[in-house]
Write a protein that binds this ligand. Sequence first.
Ligand SMILES: NC(=O)c1ccc[n+]([C@@H]2O[C@H](COP(=O)([O-])OP(=O)(O)OC[C@H]3O[C@@H](n4cnc5c(N)ncnc54)[C@H](O)[C@@H]3O)[C@@H](O)[C@H]2O)c1
Ligand SMILES: O=C(O)CC[C@@H](O)C(=O)O
Length: 391
Amino acid sequence: MVYTVKTYNNINQVGLRELGNGFQIDGDQKENPDAYIIRSENLHGVDFPDNLKVIARAGAGTNNIPIDVATDHGIVVFNTPGANANAVKEAVIASTLLSARDYLGANKWVNTLTGDDVPSQVEAGKKQFAGTEIAGKTLGVIGLGAIGARIANDAVRLGMNVIGYDPYVSVETAWGLNRAIIRATEIQEIFKNSDYITIHVPLTPETKETFNREAFDLMGKDVTIINFARGELVDNKALFDAIETGVVKRYITDFGTEELLNKDKIIVLPHVGGSTEEAELNCAIMASQTIRRFLETGEIINSVNFPNVKQVLTTPFRITLVNHNVPNIVARISTRVSDAGINISNIINRSKNDHAYTLIDLDESDEEKVKALAAGFESSEHIIKVRIIKK
Ligand SMILES: NC(=O)c1ccc[n+]([C@@H]2O[C@H](COP(=O)([O-])OP(=O)(O)OC[C@H]3O[C@@H](n4cnc5c(N)ncnc54)[C@H](O)[C@@H]3O)[C@@H](O)[C@H]2O)c1
Ligand SMILES: O=C(O)CC[C@@H](O)C(=O)O
């Protein structure tokens, strides 16, 4: 069996080798592939082909994918948690330093100097670029996931006081946080007490415009806002007013819109937080591995719309189903299998909200019987996607 994969954006070619020989990338069937691997491609409003079973986002944010639509089509969506976190962490640390000292302005100025006495002009003019140090200043980190936790820990090592806010922080991440990090129970504590604030949350209806007028009203003076998460987390009109009144000293963001460009106190980067060789390789490897595992074994790891399902395949055939999460569905599925005269070696059913994923290992080596059973599932109420996996 050869699976076809359509790639969007620039996916690292070396990482794609993890798919192995059983995969054809951008092959003849690319109009109806089994899998997509994407980065920032916007899939909202795009029709999904019938054959599409899986989308892997080589990166963290999945707001460019209509997750609900994918789920309704039985398409499993993965991302690559933490694969580009170190790259973003380094970009944020660099941004903190760029705000503390006007290196960009200083470099621009020094390039304007001419003549034999450049060294003396430098000495005479450099006072305009005296900055501050980040040690001893307070950094507020909103979102303590893969990126935020790394930044919080490194900022402590750089001598900063760190306050973190994340009401959903995972137990694993919490264990890894430096004990010097103060835990804010309300986001307002971050706004009130920070000299620098960096945000690392997914863009959701809850997080949209986290930086709004009320947030800026709580801040002191000369606060630096760093946003490598998503542009929509900031209300730009409120930001411009906060810059005007001296509340915000600088805004550094990875997400440009025209209104942000060429402004004195705003530094815009072209969405390069995760753009390092290492991160792009990590993301492509993880995306390829999760797709391969899912298509070849039916196992789900790191999905954003279905629960993890792990089970070593030991029987000749496995059937996987994406189904609606309705009462009695597992009993109905089991009855269908026994009515087909097939014994179930193992069945796993895991649900997330309105949908579930069911993995059925069959003690049956007659492929025709298994195909007939799968065909029956195809036409069953509440069953959305059916796959046969052969050992
Ligand atoms: N600029 C880039 O190139 C780039 C690269 C990677 C990630 N990102 C963006 O950064 C985001 C975070 O990435 P990550 O890898 O750290 O993701 P992650 O899933 O590891 O961490 C996100 C954290 O945000 C927390 N969170 C969710 N809602 C929250 C809320 N309302 N308040 C506070 N915390 C909340 C979660 O509990 C989680 O700990 C991504 O969703 C993506 O949008 C951008
Ligand atoms: O793929 C990229 O270039 C950016 C990725 C980044 O926004 C992410 O959410 O991981």
